[in-house]
Ligand binder design. Structure first.
Ligand code: ATP
Ligand code: MG
Length: 564
């Protein structure tokens, strides 16, 4: 490809609204342009990289026994009403009407569509298991589209769905796709972890997220410093035993604590460790109020609260609700003398002796609080977020945190959709059974951005060879010089005939501009045709290492074969 024939609009300045490296570099190097918030065009270079990632995905999915198909982005509301998600998916679903006023949605995901197809076409256990995938634009009206391709409103996803007769069969397919995902992200050169995740709104049980380690990631991963245990911090169970303080229980006493609200203020004012304070948070759980207690140095994990109570919605009570239920502001809440409200406590609270808690009365706290003696607890459960330094839940090593970008997600959905949409098959005995399903997504455009996050330097992108938009960047420095022009053109034709993917900078630009653009674009090998062109000598530079060789043009093909 000649640069004069394509569009690579590079920018010198960092675009003002691009906060993170991948967004800045993809804009500056001319890979993408924004059309609307969270909506992007992939310019020719961006499209080429996207295709390379897609090809890796296709190879690995095909190898795992999945079969490609393509479903519509335009989906009739009836399907979403059948699954119940027309109501529950909320404003992330982009909804529209056709000319007859019928409701439609732009596909945010395709469980409904694929389930409706399989339910109609597959009737017998003999056809199962089946695994299908597609690569397609998805639409989600994200609350905060940001970070360029990392969180778009229209983005490229590979989504796959499995249909199984038995749990063993689902487990087996899940493992196969899990391996395919590991292969895909390894081939993309990414430093990633597969982490245990929460199934959230998808309603599944077993689920893993594939996280690319990166400081710009929105998720926190809790991982063991010695084993390969890794979980989304929202999910990681806390498995530790707490030592109960060995001191005599003292008499419960109310003390005046003027304007003292936070745990830090309480612990400073009363001169007690925050670990001996009880943090009490009022939650609204499916319209009922529940008081959740954790130790002052811990944080409540509302996902655990939700799971323990098997609830649909768990929200922190507002200051107004707190006032009307407990009669005080949030800083004075405590578990003593409550009649109407259920109290749940984290295991660590049981270890507190002569602790401190709010008195449900403005500007007062209790000291010498002893759980169970002074207030009843419905149950002690694992309700807190894991912290750095906690023992790893698999019993090996200590927990550390890292930030991650979720690039892939695998779920065992079970019968969540097949029940709702009546996807059944006849088993060996002719009895009707509900199919089991799995759902497996990869953010293709997000993966592209994640690669750029991990592969760059101060000059620009540094593509891994197998994802680069071109293999070779050929730069005749001065195209008005006959020797350079001839050697450049000859090399271009020679490399193309040898099936190298070459980009030739045939623009009439200053050398400084050409080199800066080339570094920004990040093609692995640069060949510069300069002053020594008349002697048949060109310069080869490795983008990643910066190594430079002078090479006779006859030796170029051999050298490239070694480098690539
Ligand atoms: P997130 O928590 O980041 O919103 P999700 O749980 O909503 O992700 P899934 O529904 O599991 O995502 O979608 C499958 C994959 O699609 C994700 O693992 C992610 O890589 C990608 N993805 C999801 N939302 C976006 C988005 N707004 N922009 C780009 N990629 C996305
Ligand atoms: Mg989401």
């Amino acid at each position: 490809m000649k640069q004069s024939m394509t569009l690579i609009p590079t920018l010198r300045e960092i675009p003002a609204d691009a906060e993170i490296t991948s967004h800045q570099l993809l804009l500056r190097a001319g890979y993408i342009r924004q059309n609307a918030s969270g909506v992007y065009s992939y310019l020719p270079l961006g499209k080429k990289v996207l295709r390379k990632i897609e090809e890796i995905i296709r190879e690995e999915m095909d190898h795992a026994g999945a079969v490609e198909l393509l479903m519509p982005a335009l989906q009739q509301a009836e399907l979403w009403q059948e699954s119940g998600r027309w109501q529950t998916y909320g404003s992330e679903l982009m909804r529209l009407n056709d000319r007859h006023g019928r409701d439609f949605a732009l596909g945010a995901t395709h469980e409904e569509v694929i389930t409706s197809i399989i339910r109609d076409e597959v009737k017998s256990y003999k056809k199962l298991p089946l695994v299908f995938y597609q690569i397609q634009n998805k639409f989600r009206d994200e609350k905060r589209p940001r970070f360029g391709l990392l969180r778009g409103r229209e983005f490229m996803m590979k989504d796959a769905y499995s249909f199984n007769a038995t749990q063993e069969s689902l487990d087996e397919v899940y493992d196969r796709i899990f391996t395919a995902y590991s292969n895909i992200f390894t081939r993309c050169g990414l430093d990633f972890r597969a982490v245990i995740a929460d199934s959230g709104a998808m309603g599944g049980k077993d689920t893993h997220e594939f996280m690319v380690l990166s400081d710009v990631g929105e998720d926190t991963i809790a991982y063991s410093d010695t084993s390969n245990y890794a979980a989304n911090v929202e999910m990681a169970p806390v498995i530790t035993s707490y030592e109960k303080m060995d001191e005599p229980e003292q008499e419960l006493t109310q003390v005046h604590t003027p304007n003292i609200k936070t745990i830090d203020e309480v612990s400073a004012f009363l001169n007690v460790e925050s670990s001996n304070c009880i943090k009490s948070l009022l939650f609204k759980v499916d319209e009922e109020y529940v008081l959740v207690l954790v130790r002052g140095d811990h944080d409540v994990n509302d996902i655990k609260v939700k799971n323990v109570l098997d609830a649909s919605v768990v929200e922190l009570a507002t200051p107004e609700e707190t006032k009307s239920v407990l009669g005080c502001t949030i800083g004075s809440v405590g578990p003593i003398d409550l009649d109407e409200v259920t109290v749940l406590a984290d295991h660590a609270v049981a270890s507190i002796t002569n602790g401190v808690c709010g008195a449900n009365k403005e500007d007062y706290h209790f000291i010498n609080v002893n759980p169970k003696r002074d207030f009843p607890v419905a149950t002690f459960e694992d309700l807190r977020f894991i912290q750095e330094g906690d023992p790893s839940p698999d019993g090996e090593g200590i927990i550390q945190f890292a930030k991650g970008i979720e690039v892939g997600h695998v779920f065992k959905l079970g019968s969540r959709y097949s029940d709702a949409m009546k996807a059944t098959y006849l088993d060996e005995n002719g009895r009707s059974q509900t199919m089991l399903m799995g759902s497996y997504g990869i953010g293709v455009s997000r993966t592209l951005a994640a690669v750029v996050e991990q592969f760059n330097d101060e000059k620009g992108i540094v593509w891994p060879t197998n994802l680069a938009p071109f293999q070779v960047h050929l730069i005749p420095i001065n195209i008005k010089n006959e020797d350079q022009k001839t050697v450049g053109n000859d090399l271009y034709n020679e490399l193309k005939s040898q099936r190298f993917d070459v980009l030739m900078d045939d623009r009439q630009e200053r050398p400084g501009v050409k080199f800066a653009d080339s570094d920004l674009i990040g093609i692995p090998v640069r060949i510069t045709v300069g002053k020594k062109a008349s002697e048949g000598i060109v310069e080869v530079k490795n983008r990643k290492t910066g190594e430079v060789f002078e090479v006779n043009k006859e030796e170029i093909v051999d050298l490239l074969q070694k480098m690539l």
